[in-house]
Design a protein around this ligand. Structure first.
Ligand code: NAD
Length: 494
């Protein structure tokens, strides 16, 4: 019995299934990059919204640009675009929903024109994106658009036959402008700082080389709201599929599992109207910056603290690390002492409660978030997550000893590539080779890792920080080094 519109009535009574009339819906949102996160987050909010009469024009049409999305298309078509969402609470409670907000899915490699036509269709008010960091095509070193990318070079010369999201969006906006239509909003939902500004900058860089006048029109008329998004959504596993089969007695070939917590803070800036997502838990604000800072410096930094210290100790997942009282205390003291003083008071947010919830979320035994995933691309993450706070604290003459140990641990991690149990670490980082080269000189020069100034700026010239860092390196590189003993000592010295 496969999940479908028809089989919805066979599901157990406690499953929240769409009761609104899906045949009356139209797609006001076209979403590019229908991954796990989109299905756990935006599509879930829209599903809630559609329960309110009057919101029928805000359903979602998914778009897959990559060949890799063929399988997803096949599953969604078979299931009438329905899928189950298994929501796992920290206390072990599990809720099940079936999300009905997606009503169509276009697989671009099969019919590119159909995707462009959909984007041009006046029903389309918002084009939203979760195309991962890589999809924004910026050079990580300069932050500028990467014109050397062969797919971009192709799209610039062949807008009728696009490959990238930029190609499709540009082709559609060009057509809309020619038709005298309003543009859609381009709404990034990726975990990128100032995701709207980033999308705008990249799109304008691309378009201005093709059609400067179109670039002007986009700059003036298209809204790119920034947003802060949050909901931990691990990759779907076989066990998730079996769980749904066993509990809902239905075959869902691509169920999604996520944590209970969810947050979406969006700048209220739209080209052609927006759904009333504030009625279903999203928050519209004028400036998302302070919310982003709170999340990056607490949640993302917290992940990296546990990720690096926990990996060196030999833990495999976030919940395993934070259920060790010493790691939990270390994380809390890091957040309270080295981050909280840097965070502004925010409307609608109780910071103490936010931090309590973070630790509860990290401890969720039902969300097995691997430390290897957390430490993935640390070189792109740590400057924003942790080094930024270290720099602010140094400027304020504040102690940074807990963060300092994390940086020193990252050096050990990059140098030895094994944990303190002698097991190999799975390191995935664009800068892995450079990180290793610099870290491996630590025994000759304890500050060698900090010479990687692209990442660390002038930390190697900060006397107080360097003194503390040397101590951390000495402790970590000692014969009988034990990360827990070092963490304990740092907490006591604070
Ligand atoms: P995913 O791999 O499940 O989904 C990503 C989707 O985007 C896939 O369908 C993929 O084919 C597509 N895609 C990838 N690169 C693309 C490109 N260059 N152009 C077009 N499509 C592309 O990943 P996910 O877990 O859904 O995460 C997606 C993004 O969501 C993350 O990169 C992050 O920015 C954000 N996010 C994820 C989480 C989470 O916990 N998973 C939490 C918050 C935010």
């Amino acid at each position: 019995n496969t999940l479908s519109q028809q089989s919805l009535s066979t599901l157990p009574a406690d499953v929240d299934v769409p009761k609104y009339d899906r045949s009356k819906l139209t797609a006001g949102i076209v979403h590019i990059g229908v991954g796990g996160f989109h299905r756990a987050h935006q599509a879930m909010y829209v599903n809630e919204l559609l329960k309110t009469p009057g919101s029928e024009s805000w359903a979602i049409c998914g778009v897959g640009l990559l060949e890799a999305n063929r399988g997803l298309r096949d599953v969604l078509v078979k299931q009438d675009y329905l899928y189950s969402l298994t929501v796992r609470h920290p206390n072990g409670q599990i809720d099940h929903q079936v999300i009905g907000s997606m009503i169509d899915f276009l697989f671009a490699p099969d019919n590119k024109q159909q995707v462009i036509d959909k984007l041009v269709n006046p029903q389309t008010k918002i084009v939203s994106l979760t195309i991962t960091e890589g999809g924004y095509n910026f050079n990580p070193a300069t932050g500028e658009f990467d014109f050397a990318n062969p797919e971009i070079i192709h799209d610039m010369a062949n807008l009728h036959d696009p490959i990238t999201a930029f190609g499709y969006i540009t082709a559609a906006l060009m057509q809309r402008k020619a038709n005298g239509m309003k543009p859609f909003t381009v709404q990034s939902c990726d975990n990128v700082q100032h995701n709207g500004d980033m999308t705008r900058k990249m799109l304008l860089a691309f378009v201005s080389k093709i059609d400067a006048e179109l670039g002007q029109w986009i700059a003036t008329n298209v809204a790119f709201p920034n947003a802060m998004v949050d909901r931990i959504t691990p990759v779907t596993t076989k066990a998730d599929i079996e769980h749904v089969a066993n509990t809902l007695h239905i075959k869902d070939e691509w169920p999604i599992t996520c944590e209970a917590f969810t947050q979406w803070v969006i700048e209220d800036n739209f080209s052609d109207g927006r759904p009333a997502l504030d009625t279903v838990g999203a928050q519209f604000v004028s400036d998302v910056t302070p919310f982003e800072k709170m999340k990056i410096r607490l949640l993302n930094a917290g992940h990296s603290v546990l990720g690096l210290l926990g990996s060196i100790h030999g833990f495999a997942t976030i919940d395993e690390a934070v259920s060790d009282p010493l790691f939990a205390t270390y994380l809390r003291r890091f957040m309270d002492d080295e981050v909280t003083p840097l965070i502004d008071q925010l409307e609608g947010i109780d910071l103490t409660q936010y931090k309590d919830t973070l630790i509860e979320r990290f401890a969720n035994p039902n969300i097995k978030d691997s430390l290897a995933r957390i430490c993935l691309e640390s070189s792109a993450k740590l400057p924003k997550f942790i080094i930024a706070s270290i720099n602010e604290n140094i400027a304020l003459n504040r102690d940074t000893s807990l963060a300092c140990l994390v940086i020193a641990t990252w050096c050990l991690y990059s140098d030895k590539q094994v944990n303190q149990q002698g097991e190999a670490l799975d390191i995935n980082d664009q800068m892995a080779a450079q990180l290793h080269t610099f870290a491996s000189k630590t025994s000759e020069d304890p500050l060698a890792f900090l010479q990687l100034t692209d990442l660390f700026g002038d930390l190697n010239n900060q006397a107080v920080f360097c003194k503390d860092y040397r101590n951390a390196i000495a402790d970590l590189y000692a014969e009988d080094s034990n990360i827990k003993v070092i963490m304990q000592a740092r907490l006591q010295a604070k």
